[in-house]
Design a protein around this ligand. Structure first.
Ligand code: SAH
Length: 272
């Protein structure tokens, strides 16, 4: 690699060959798979991926890396480089142009500061994607997969788990990257569900409620939702959803949050 890595683009290249192999094994890839790799970089990892697949789309934003990426992939005739920003990349349209009907897999060692926008973006295209594999900051991986009652559980856990089964597959030592980042990483998998984890009548209301509930997580649910509803109404809703009035938001399962938002809806209460 001839260029100077850019911090602003989260350029920490995964250079450890053993970890590259471990990742490929963990993704359970076959020669039927079509993969979109996000942030392919100079193609060190992409070149290991390509021979395991039917097709590899290697997406990268930094033009300085294109010559090396092209060179590293030139030996394989099943690769295509996409010069784009993942957050602006319209996946459904692209797959239609490419005449691809099967669900793809997405794999990426991506900049950590855009982990959540990338997940949000990919969720919009969940009908086209079977599974997502990403290296993420260790703490972020824990938050995505957190269960109710744990200190990492929050609105992003609910959001991700509503759409996907989320798992941390293993941890990755920071020395596997070059340059070595400050933080340790995890390898995360998000397997999109055929339908969301719980039945929700009004998703906008559901997510609004979740954001409000976790906004002030040390408070009881009753107190943190005070801004949304007046107290009496709130007590009615909690009772009708079968939720203890003194419960803390971080103790609520997705199911309970769904009950709560569905009760709000059925009692036709409007939230502020
Ligand atoms: N996967 C490669 C590179 C990892 S570094 C490897 O492991 O070796 C992260 C890569 O993501 C960098 O190449 C960076 O330029 C790219 N990147 C950063 N922001 C991006 C964005 N919005 N869209 C696509 N690629 C991005």
């Amino acid at each position: 690699m001839r260029i100077k890595p850019k911090k602003s683009l989260g350029q920490n290249f995964l250079t450890d060959k053993n970890i590259q192999k471990k990742i490929i094994r963990a993704c359970g890839l076959t020669n039927e798979d079509i993969v979109l790799e996000i942030g392919a970089g100079y193609g060190g990892f992409s070149a290991q991926l390509a021979p395991c697949l039917k097709k590899l789309y290697a997406l990268e934003i930094d033009w300085r890396l294109y010559p090396d990426l092209e060179k590293n992939l030139s030996a394989y005739n099943n690769c295509k480089i996409i010069k784009s920003d993942i957050l602006k990349f319209e996946i459904t349209g692209f797959l239609q142009e490419e005449k691809i009907k099967q669900k793809i897999k997405v794999i990426g060692n991506i900049p950590y500061y855009i982990s959540s926008p990338i997940i949000e973006h990919l969720i919009n295209y969940r009908n086209n994607i079977g599974e997502v594999f990403m290296t993420v900051q260790k703490e972020f991986g824990r938050r995505v997969c957190a269960v109710p009652g744990s200190k990492e559980y929050g609105s992003f856990s609910c959001f991700a788990q509503y759409y996907a089964r989320c798992r941390v597959l293993f941890e990755i030592n920071k020395r596997c990257f070059n340059p070595v980042p400050k933080v340790d990483s995890s390898f995360l998998s998000l397997k999109f569900r055929e339908k969301p984890a719980v039945n929700v009548g009004d998703e906008t209301l559901f997510f609004k409620l979740i954001r409000a509930a976790f906004n002030q997580r040390r408070k009881t649910l009753r107190n943190s939702l005070e801004g949304l509803l007046d107290r009496q109404e709130l007590e009615r809703v909690l009772d009708s959803a079968g939720i203890n009035r003194n419960v803390r938001p971080e103790d609520l399962s997705l199911e309970q949050l769904a009950n709560l938002s569905n009760s709000l809806k059925s009692l036709q209460l409007s939230v502020h």
